[in-house]
Design a protein around this ligand. Structure first.
Ligand code: AMP
Ligand code: MG
Length: 481
């Protein structure tokens, strides 16, 4: 394995004589909250940073100059070696249920929020220890950083709410996991980093004032003008719709702990995540999920379980009378099923070319999924090929029913092509991109995969659309630690 090295002239260390050209208008609204919400923490500089990539499109969206971000100051900032004026770096406090067990004290153990830009959080991940690091080193390995970059940007291109990738750098340092791995820092942009676990943090401490301040803050950022109850209902709706989208694309999050469940409804914390190749509703990818708690088909149930934990945390805000608060929470949580079912059926119907699937169409969808599960059909390719009126062998009887239903849909073919991707970041492709970067210092495979997944609904080179051969299949992915 070659030693990660700095590119010439890009040590990432600024001399104080140089004039600063990179200016960023940070808002820092989170840093204005009470001190017990976070720990002020600076990134720990790294030895020899090198830029992997800046996301020019996202930079522009944020009102930042991509060219400036690609220069020496941008590199130094993304590495945690230099803080632009106005940044107030901090690690956020939160709790979380991890695999069903409550940890009252988690918090950003390896992430540091630089501030908000254009209303969105800009956070370094892998930028060194914080007061919440416990026994961790605060660092990230290159492989998981590349996976998060690829998969989060692919999700965005697929139209799924998600945190985004602004930049990635290598550090020139090793991180110790089972083996020594090259280190990297990932810069993440999120609508916010408020999680179910953030609410649990204050509730677990009986800190009602903190809960009040947090909820007001969350409402201001995500649901301006909403009441506490309306805010909660909004979170339920967003999560229900999000998980419906995941299921419609074959996406498995992998670690749906309450600290990885965002109030904004964005997909967050890409660890052992994966897209299904062969359809299998009980598929589990996370090496640490021995019980299958976060299996593909479990995701709606778990999202609702997480929302129940949010409801518990927010109970005192729903009503001063506990009984009334509980009754309300149960009713509001009950709304999850209907929203999910609507969103799921709508999305699955569109995948079959149906503009507005009704409950009568549910059997058509379910029967296709059952056939796919029985035969191990490739999820993405099977749906995509419907656009060419092609079905796998053995699906003919189902196809007859589908063709009849389709007669009422003149635009079925275009709809199928617009809703069923040709290209997803399949595991074997992501692994190949990681192996090339980690073992050969070759980032061209990563770049090519990013380019292909940025246009998921276009026809693409077979290398990006063909399911893996049995020997290429990647059945497990590992936590981003
Ligand atoms: P995750 O599994 O990435 O959602 O992380 C769960 C918790 O462990 C969070 O509080 C993280 O900040 C923390 N954590 C994960 N990896 C590390 C690390 N290498 N160093 C310190 N804290 C970590
Ligand atoms: Mg997490």
């Amino acid at each position: 394995m070659p030693t990660p090295r700095a590119a010439p002239g890009l040590s990432g260390v600024r001399s104080s004589e140089q004039a600063v050209t990179l200016r960023i208008a940070f808002d820092n609204t989170y840093a204005r909250l009470p001190e017990r919400f976070f720990a002020r923490t600076e990134p720990t500089p790294v030895a020899a940073p090198r830029l992997i990539r800046v996301n020019a499109g996202l930079a522009t969206e944020l009102g930042l100059d991509p060219e400036a971000l690609t220069g020496a100051e941008g590199l130094a900032m993304f590495a945690g070696n230099w803080l632009p004026e106005g940044a107030e770096p901090l690690a956020m406090a939160y709790s979380g249920h991890q695999f069903g067990h409550f940890s009252p004290q988690l918090g950003d153990g390896r992430a540091i929020l630089l501030g908000e830009v254009a209303g969105r959080d800009v956070q370094l991940k892998g930028s060194g220890p914080t007061p919440f690091s416990r026994r961790g080193d605060g660092r990230a390995a290159l492989g998981p950083v590349l996976r998060e970059y690829i998969v989060s940007e692919a999700m965005w291109a697929l139209g799924v709410p998600t945190t985004r990738a602004l930049a990635a750098v290598t550090t020139g340092e090793w991180v110790m996991r089972e083996t020594a791995l090259p280190g990297a820092v990932f810069t993440r942009v999120a609508a916010s980093h408020l999680r179910v676990g953030t609410f649990q943090y204050f509730a677990a401490r009986g800190d009602l004032e903190g809960l009040r301040i947090l909820t007001d803050y969350a409402i201001a950022r995500h649901d301006p003008g909403a009441s506490d109850r309306e805010f909660f209902e909004g979170v339920v709706r967003r999560q229900a719709r999000l998980v419906a989208q995941w299921l419609s694309l074959g996406f498995i999050h992998g670690v749906m702990n309450t600290d990885n469940s965002s109030i904004s409804g964005e997909t967050i914390d890409y660890g052992p995540c994966a897209f299904l190749d062969a359809y299998d509703p009980v598929a589990v990818f996370s090496a640490i999920d021995q019980q299958g708690r976060y299996a593909f088909g479990q995701q709606p149930r778990i999202a609702q379980w997480n929302l129940a934990r949010l409801a518990e945390a927010m109970l005192p805000l729903f009503d001063a009378d506990e009984e009334k608060a509980v009754a309300y929470a149960e009713e509001a949580l009950g709304g999850f099923a209907a929203t999910f079912q609507d969103a799921w059926l709508g999305a699955m119907g569109r995948k079959l070319g149906l503009t507005a699937a009704t409950p009568d169409d549910a059997a058509l969808v379910q029967d296709l999924l059952r056939l796919m599960a029985e035969t191990g059909a490739d999820f993405t390719q099977t749906f995509r090929q419907l656009g060419d009126d092609v079905v796998p062998a053995g699906f003919e009887a189902w196809a007859e029913r589908w063709r009849q239903r389709r007669e009422a849909e003149p635009g079925w073919q275009a709809l199928i092509r617009a809703t069923n991707p040709a290209v997803i970041p399949r595991n074997h492709l992501v692994e190949a991109a990681i192996v090339a970067a980690v073992e050969r210092d070759d980032f061209t495979v990563f770049e090519a995969l990013l380019a292909a997944t940025a246009r998921p609904f276009d026809d693409a080179d077979a290398a990006f659309t063909t399911p893996p051969l049995p020997e290429q299949r990647v059945m497990q992915t590992f936590c981003g630690t």
